[in-house]
Design a protein around this ligand. Structure first.
Ligand SMILES: Cc1cc2nc3c(=O)[nH]c(=O)nc-3n(C[C@H](O)[C@H](O)[C@H](O)COP(=O)(O)O)c2cc1C
Length: 226
């Protein structure tokens, strides 16, 4: 069933003595691929902000919770995304497809607060259905979220948990009978270490074997010690 894996020699790091920069480099190069949330928010005046975050994932389906890891600026001031979420309690996560990868990158430029990154990136802001923050028409899927809880980690980072209250999809990527998303049509991109991104175009199916299937396969497998 499984070929024996022969691991190479190992190299080790004591995370307690590594610099923050080295820990960061090891973590972003190792925990891959990380999906990218293009997060849209509004400030109290209703001005739109958009920025990408790859410290992002879904953590719970019931309740439906997403997590964002937002670092402060070096002077400890909040990024516009974190400040807007703190002030308005809502945000929208837009999934980044390969088609909007370049536009996503434009949104990460450190524009002055109040500058509409979506306009700069040529993306279309659609009025939120359940929250004040807009969703992006060109994104294949968008989740409107209410802030659930914010965890303050250390001096400079927040983990923002948001509860999904409303979702939008391009209608050609979802089978609404089966609630099945076509990963090829979603065509999401992901972040790896450094500045490298990847697609999810190389896929394979894996079915978890039942205990009986596993035992049958092992019974038929050649003895590893012989
Ligand atoms: C692909 C990508 C992923 C990023 N992921 C994060 C992240 O997880 N956390 C973070 O604080 N900044 C991240 N950034 C940097 C922010 O997008 C950047 O600081 C942005 O200017 C913040 O915008 P804001 O001040 O409008 O919130 C990422 C940038 C890119 C291009």
């Amino acid at each position: 069933m499984m070929d024996a894996i022969v691991p190479p020699e190992d190299v080790t790091f004591d995370f307690r003595t590594l610099s923050a920069r080295d820990r960061y480099k090891l973590m972003i190069g190792t925990v891959v691929p990380r999906p990218i949330a293009l997060v849209t928010t509004v400030d109290p005046q209703g001005r739109i902000n958009a920025a990408p975050f790859s410290f992002f994932n879904c953590l719970s389906a019931d309740p439906p919770i997403l997590a964002l890891g937002v670092e402060n600026h070096p002077d400890m001031s909040f990024k516009d995304t974190a400040l807007n979420i703190r002030l308005t309690e809502v945000f929208t996560v837009n999934i980044v497809s390969h088609a909007i990868a370049e536009a996503m990158h434009v949104c990460s430029v450190p524009f002055a607060a109040g500058r509409d990154e979506l306009q700069a990136a040529g993306l279309t802001a659609m009025p939120g259905s359940a929250v004040a923050s807009p969703w992006i028409k060109e994104a294949p899927a968008s989740f409107e979220c209410r802030r659930h809880v914010t965890l303050e980690l250390g001096k400079s980072r927040q983990i923002i948990l948001g509860e999904i209250v409303f979702a939008h999809y391009h209608d050609d990527i979802i089978d609404t009978e089966r609630m099945h998303i076509d990963p090829a049509k979603l065509d999401a991109i992901a972040r790896l270490g450094g500045n490298t991104c990847s697609t999810i175009r190389d896929r394979f199916e894996m079915l978890t074997p039942t205990l009986a299937e596993f035992e049958a396969a092992m019974a038929g497998a050649p003895d590893r010690d012989s």
